[in-house]
Write a protein that binds this ligand. Sequence first.
Ligand SMILES: Cc1ncc(COP(=O)(O)O)c(C=O)c1O
Length: 421
Amino acid sequence: MQAALEEVNAQEKLTTRFDVDRIRGDFPILKQRVHGRPLVYLDSAATSQKPQVVIDAITNYYATQNANVHRGVHYLSQLATREYEDARVRIQRFINAAETHEIIYTRGATESINLVAQSYGRKFVHEGDEIIISAMEHHSNIVPWQMLCDGQRAKLRVIPIDDNGELLIEEFARMLNRRVKMVAVTHISNALGTINPVKRIIELAHSQDIPVLLDGAQAAPHLKVDVRDLDCDFYAFSGHKMCGPTGIGVLYGKSHWLESMPPVMGGGDMISSVTFEKTTYNTLPYKFEAGTPNIEGAVGLGAAVDYLNGVGLDRIATYEHELLDYATEVIGAIPGVKIIGTAREKASVLSFTVEDIHPHDIGTILDQEGIAVRAGHHCAQPVMKRFDVPATARASLAFYNTKEEIDAMAAGIQKAIEVFA
Ligand SMILES: Cc1ncc(COP(=O)(O)O)c(C=O)c1O
């Protein structure tokens, strides 16, 4: 009976009209005008905007709770420690990790991936071993592995993608062998919007005992992530792309991996005892959190997670999907526009080129209309090379965007076409 009621409630929550006007009211920056026009913010893949509750949580932390964590017996230090650790528990639940100590605070997805490459990599990757990434990775999930491979004389191998921007899974299956020591792929591509079949990738890799790291920078803000259901070994994401502050992110790792990995940074808090002869390291997660951490960042990220849970990740995904379909139709219908990235499963990213107009010019003209899109290689130069374009314009959507904003972008693109005709 209880289960049936919960199911009905969940269904109701999903089908209740998504009140985007009310959502927009939560984000003070969206009230701004830019160049005399209402701001149309379509650059959330670069960084999302922040709701007032997150801004308030940070202000409140500094106004009433600020002290260093884990170090003091005094009231404020205990309060700050509690806030910092409470946020970790909320993040653990947000991604359904089994243990709180599997949540390591980092500066963001980049640092999380570097941590695994340096720590796991130096211990488990040796000469002649292989690391597999994909052709649609952000530079953050390429360069750390390249650096590792250079140092260890290992080989970096790349899963190819097709013309729609989908991974060639059969090809990937053929690449697996006993020399492969890590598969590191993005959950959602920031340049193409492709949602990768990560469960299948993990099953295939695990069938040969190879661990998998998922770069979740673009997924955590847009769909419900369940690391236990995925069964990934590591999951990396950034707070600032999911309504939280900059400078805070998360590395999730399965306990047994994190236990077996050495720390990469030494300093305060990551030790259990220090003498000049020998240092022993702290337990998880502190072994990987040297020095005074980004306390306000953790508090802000905790508030962001609460906020996203309040809106509901399933509702966010459904609404954004509708918005992306609409944008694909409207922008794709403009003569001269070519959409880059046409995978069957996509989320929130619309990359495109316009015939005879450089993406930077598109970006500049849209900016004059108050519309923020990104133009460039999106830190994914190999993707640009694969599609034989120097750059793309990219509109990236969030649940606070509207169809009217997509229409404004379409009008802006038409204007650019007239200007350059
Ligand atoms: C797919 C992907 N991975 C990693 C990153 C790096 O994130 P950060 O710069 O927050 O560390 C980004 C940022 O755009 C991204 O889109």
